[in-house]
Ligand binder design. Structure first.
Ligand code: PBG
Length: 334
């Protein structure tokens, strides 16, 4: 056989066995990279599965500590808190968002006391509290910017005072990061971090989440006048740049899997701590296929999460956090 007939370079050599594959792996997923979004409600002693999110639950406050215990045991660094506000306390202006004793604040105080080492991330937007389901105030059918920011600022301070460590504005109003930063600082909350939902798209993939919160059926119209157009990518960089300039400590891209290109551009351009949200619709798609036997459960879940790391994300908000952390701890032993 003449020399040179076969390739000298054979990329397959590095794939020959598991030990070598581990040595050359460029990315990995650790428990440190996982953030678990949780839903909680008023009432007692009740755990309900979200119909469109099999395996994800809404729990009453008295069950919250038990619900979160696995996250603490597995060492998940952060939780993202989502209150399911009863319809009766919703109003046009989302007033309940600023109530120091609202469901969100009670949950934050409880979790801070039970699990002081877990970081609490508080979503800031009015949609859990408004009767129309929008993230801001509606005037003549339009979600107005500056008046919304004023309430979002109060909502942020309210959450931070209750023990939320990381304020995560998901409302996409202009200028809200600067306004929130100033308000936190003037309330002696200089160490409260801001993780901005900087590039958040008007996406069809939030449907199951709105079911989980009960805001889906209330939503009048859509969120296209404030959330981004899925057609755009350069605009995401401008949004992220502004939020960083306004004081964001970490930035987020949302949804996740259909927007891996945005995560990569954001990470390459700004080198900021960058997070991705594997949203409810992505979870629902994977679970539907898994429950039909069309995808292998563990492999599909872990591959979907590793993809975010490869795209440049520091961490991922995922409803699979407990399952993925369990797999990492038990199967991979790290
Ligand atoms: C609230 C908010 C939404 C999500 C996170 N924060 C819904 C929306 O913007 O309508 C979606 C999360 C998910 O789908 O998992 N503004």
């Amino acid at each position: 056989m003449p020399v040179g007939h076969f390739p000298l370079s054979r990329p397959r050599r590095n794939r020959h066995d598991a030990a070598t594959r581990r040595l050359v792996a460029e990315n990995s997923l650790a428990v440190d990279n996982l953030i678990w979004p949780i839903f909680f409600t008023e009432g007692t002693d009740t755990v309900t599965e979200v119909a469109s999110m099999p395996g994800a639950h809404r729990v009453t406050l008295d069950r919250l500590a038990r619900h979160v215990e696995p996250a603490a045991r597995l060492g998940i660094p952060a939780l993202a808190l989502f209150p399911v506000t009863p319809t009766e306390v919703r109003d046009e202006r989302g007033t309940e968002a600023t109530n120091p004793d609202n469901l969100m604040c009670r949950a934050a105080r409880l979790l801070k006391q039970e699990f002081p080492d877990i970081a609490l991330i508080g979503d800031v937007a009015l949609d859990p509290y408004t009767s129309h389901g929008h993230d801001g105030l509606v005037k003549d059918g339009y979600v107005v910017n500056d008046a919304s920011v004023e309430i979002l600022v109060q909502q942020s301070v309210n959450q931070a005072l209750a023990g939320v460590d990381i304020i995560a504005p998901s409302d996409m109003m202009d200028g809200r990061i600067a306004a929130i930063r100033r308000a936190l600082d003037s309330n002696d909350l200089t160490n409260t971090r801001i993780m901005s939902y900087a590039a958040k798209y008007a996406s069809a993939f939030y449907g199951p989440f709105r079911d989980a919160l009960g805001s889906g059926s209330m939503l009048k119209g859509d969120k296209k006048t404030y959330q981004m157009d899925p057609a755009n990518s350069d605009e995401a960089l401008r949004e992220v740049e502004m939020d960083i300039a306004e004081g964001a400590d970490m930035v987020m891209v949302k949804p996740g899997m259909p927007y891996l290109d945005i995560i990569r551009r954001v990470r390459d351009t700004f080198s900021m701590p960058t997070f991705a949200y594997q949203v409810s619709g992505e979870y629902a798609m994977l679970m539907a296929a898994i429950n039909n036997g069309w995808l292998e459960r563990e492999r599909a879940i872990m591959e979907s999460l590793l993809a975010f790391r490869r795209a440049g994300a520091n961490g991922v908000l995922t409803y699979f956090a407990i399952e993925a952390a369990t797999t990492i701890r038990e199967t991979l032993g790290r």
